[in-house]
Design a protein around this ligand. Sequence first.
Ligand SMILES: *Cc1c(COP(=O)(O)O)cnc(C)c1O
Length: 436
Amino acid sequence: MSAQFASSRGHAALVGFGAALRQGLAPDGGLYVPVSWPQLTPRQFGDHSALAEIAVPLLEPWLAGDALAPLLPEIAAEAFNFPAPLVPLDADGRLAVLELFHGPTAAFKDFGARFLAACFARLPGAAAGRITILVATSGDTGGAVAAAFHRRPGIEVAVLFPKGRVSPTQEHQLTCWGDNVRSLRVRGTFDDCQRLVKQAFLDPELGARASLSSANSINLGRLLPQAVYYAATSLAIQRRYGEPASFIVPSGNLGNALACLWARRMGLPIAEVVLAHNANRPVPDYLDSGDWRPRASVATLASAMDVGDPSNMERLRALYPGLAELRTAVSACSISDEEIRERIRAGYHDFGQLWCPHTATAAAAWYRLSPERRRARRWVLVSTAHAAKFREIVEPLIGRPVALPDSLVKLFARPAQCVEIAATLDAVRQALQEGG
Ligand SMILES: *Cc1c(COP(=O)(O)O)cnc(C)c1O
């Protein structure tokens, strides 16, 4: 039996994993979602605990029948080559932090980007050298994707980012690659970058030259591997305490949260899932009022979650079509910048932890739970980035410098190189053709 994926809008043909990966967005503009949910039991994972081992039984049903299926063990070994440690914050393990920032660019997006790159490199036809990956980024995604695809034969990458709207640390991560990675600093906004990527896909001239693909977070190949760390963590907690895990997920575009909910739907021992949003609050408002009102984003300290119209909302609604059902499945809250600051300070003083603003958003959501609810579950705060990526914010709050992890030290040692372009399709075309 081969796994099938359908568009969340329901007007596109069913496709297998490889095609969903290759296309990114479904032809009707929807997002690919599974048509059925294979059920897994903890026993199927044996005594595996490493991410690369958990990934195989977890993802096998999704790749079934696809050309990539026999390659899954090697794809998983390549993608999951760094750990996701669970750090307890109290003596009886009722509160812990899941650190997802030990990859090459120190944010959880490394998991999805590395898995996607390992898959792309093995897609039939990739060796012919005709794939160009375009990605528009407002921060962490572009760096993770560039790192994952750097020096992969047969694949070129172009990263578009808005001039003057990413932090200096982030800009360096977007421009320190070279070789098969082109960094395009666009004189425009993030919305311009996204528009240019969409236009490039429709451009016959670019299409004739190279087959374009996208690595943005709507790609199924980025979402599925994120279910692996939820499976591994919930199994570890179940084995150790005989209880399911509950997760608080810092959320923007909802890709990370969806991976957690998909893992639960497949039978992994996960109880509650709380979505911790910053001041961008369409999701918490929807759960409260039942009105879906996407809006323009507002700037917050947890900038990677500044999303006013989360694209994965379509996947959330496909999973829980009724509002009542959705309300029992998840809860959500909106955290202010003031609470984020307070949790960064308290994380350091009370627990000796260095939290980035996104992780602090999850901590603030836990802090808002009633004492009974806190005690009733085993809570895991999902830590999405290393504090050093946001040291301009964190250092003044805790009153000491935050050391860079080795991964970031290595990136900073590389020289930056990038091309600045106007926000027009012509400029993108020209930049892609030069030296290509
Ligand atoms: C992208 C990102 C998020 C938000 O994740 P979504 O999958 O978009 O909800 C949270 N924290 C950090 C550090 C990120 O880079």
